[in-house]
Design a protein around this ligand. Sequence first.
Ligand SMILES: [Zn+2]
Length: 432
Amino acid sequence: MISTGIESDPLSARMTSFSQSDIDALGARAEAMVNSLGTVSAEPDRLVRLFLTPEHRRAADRVSDWMRDAGLAVSEDALGTVRGRLEGTSNRRLLIGSHIDTVIDAGMYDGPFGVIAGILAADHIVRSGRKLRYGIDVLAFGDEEGSRFPATLSSSSACAGIFKTQNLALADRNGVTFRDALIAYGKDPATISAAAYARDEAAAYVEVHIEQGPVLETRREPLGVVTAIIGQTYLNMEFLGEAGHAGTVPMPMRRDALAGAAEAMLLGESLARETKGEVVATVGRIAVAPGATNVIPANVVVIFDIRSASETARHQLVEKLRAGVRAIADKRHLGLTITSTREVVTTPCHPAVQEAFADAVRALGFEPPRLGSGAGHDGQAMAKLCPIGMLFVRCRGGISHNPMEYAGPRDIGLAVAALIGFIERFDPAKLI
Ligand SMILES: [Zn+2]
């Protein structure tokens, strides 16, 4: 039998064709929902919605109401992930998700729009009266950003069956542990393993998200198909020199840890520039001790954040940087320790999922650019369970993690329409 997403009776086999007013209506609904969730905050003057807080509860309740209105059966797992379920004719399901937690002083689109797109797409399928060959679960994760506890992707890790139980001992900045916060939220940590999907149940995980970068805007395209969520290395470098009086120690006799670190940072920048866009390297955090204006720095820690869609290119840069920085430290008679504190492999998006998204976007009259995701996403955890894919939406100025974050109603309407088109084209059989 030919397997397609939709039961093959002549009526239901048709793909939805969208008029401009259909798109505008979807965009207006999505924008109103984004604005509604954007008011759910711990603070009156900025958007702060952290995992397992009263704001998380209020946002989850609002999302649950929307899911019920769309005709989905709503449940919540042990980490508070809201699940809206539409049954299909088999036990396989397409998982569509994103997150409802935010960074501190966040924008309204990062995360919530993906959840809302999933709800509106499911709503469209329900109202069309069609029965899909596979079920749909719309997932609203509560811990993607890692803004509360020093761990990320907890919610999706639980769904993927890779949650690290030792993370329950992590504490937030007020000393509240993950475990205690979970219990206060009304959840039982002993039931986390039950949140995992069975492998034969999860056909694929897809996510619609704002791009959080400038590529689509520069290319004048509303939507883009993600090829991979890029890999990442954190290199923690500690330089040890010698403190001394800023007035009395002659320049040739100094062992200045900060001057050595500065040279290392410039080396990292030039190595990344040489890759012509394949690798990006950033130092966003530096600690200087003793940290006094009139004392030669004795101890400096810098943390490099190095990312690339290519595992090889990232590893090559890391090796060159390690060797180059070691030479800098030797020349300056500095002690040096380099530790890798984070190593995230590149997560490719499944080619068949990319194709189905691209076809859905083409059906709307656009040719979607392919691009890597420089930011992390729940798909990195979900990829341990099943094939994944992502659709990016153009956002103004590429700005994200900022209250200025914005995507226009027409673009988000197109994104919902593309997700509906994806659902109509999705064929689990092509993923095997
Ligand atoms: Zn996000």
